[in-house]
Ligand binder design. Sequence first.
Ligand code: FES
Ligand code: FE2
Length: 352
Amino acid sequence: MNNLKAELLRGLWYVACTSEELKAGKTMAKKLMGEPVLFGRDRHGKAFAIRDICPHRGIPLRYGRFDGETVQCCYHGWKFDTSGTCVDIPSTHEYQTIDYSKISCGAFPVKEQQGLVWVYFADGTERPEDGRQPEPPLLPDFGLDQGPRLAIMLPFVCSVDHAALGLMDPTHAAFVHTSWWFKKNATKLRPKEKHFAPSELGWAMVRHKLPPQNIAYKLLGNDVTTEIRYSLPGLRIEHIKGDRHSVVGLTTITPVDEDKTEVRQMFWATMGWVSPFKPLLRRLMTTFLDQDRRVVIQQREGLEYNPKLMLINDADTQGRWWMQLKDEWTRSGSEGRDFQNPVRERTLRWMS
Ligand code: FES
Ligand SMILES: [Fe+2]
């Protein structure tokens, strides 16, 4: 693992933004995976993503204008449709014939479901259907049209690797997430023992019962259980369900480039009464995520010196799995063979 920069995995779907962020008839420029991408939503409501560079002279297309159907470059007015194909070159004289359809700024496959806009970064020129992850993952218990109740995003000044290691790190909470409203106190660590098993492109903390005396869990009914899945390219899906309601928490890490990352936290809930609590919940979620964000800024000061780092058992075993999964994804891709999940079923123990 390189301390400051991470290897970015391709051939996978990444969360680009929430559906709400992408307004009809508008575009939104973002750098993701080190690539300039111009996201947009056409006037019929369909989301798209094109490469934010004009193939004529390279100026970003975001400086141009979007009429709900085509993006017009600000320099010489070339127009591109939402699939990236050129549809007009204003300087074309009536005596000239130019096949516009041969000119493209490039596009990225986009899929919108459950209130999220996913974008596919191909490995070479393959399409997602022919790739190794044909579809973005679906969250359990919620329909295709059901978006998150709440979504926040904070930019992290660290590579996806450190963002991921923080995300799956069970022992930092007592030291980093210390707020009056959050239980932790570093002097009262308790032994933990959880069972893990391989799952699609990652692993799962196997479904287990949550303490019935906890008031928050009681709201979901009886027999409340949870399962937490971690998967490439940086997703954490927590599915808590009782006999009456269920909640899904999703954390996503999307690389801006090799050393910057967007971290999103969202949740879906079947309970209708969540809405009035949104401002409070938003504040708590932001405080919590901001604690993680600040720690990686401090960590970076040390990483600049390129120290040799450690991953210890069992606290960092999941961090090891993350690195092994990434490695296997890259290796299986370059060898042209199926991905073989390196994670084996086992129990992990730590104090937290
Ligand atoms: S640079 Fe875009 S049209 Fe010329
Ligand atoms: Fe954290």
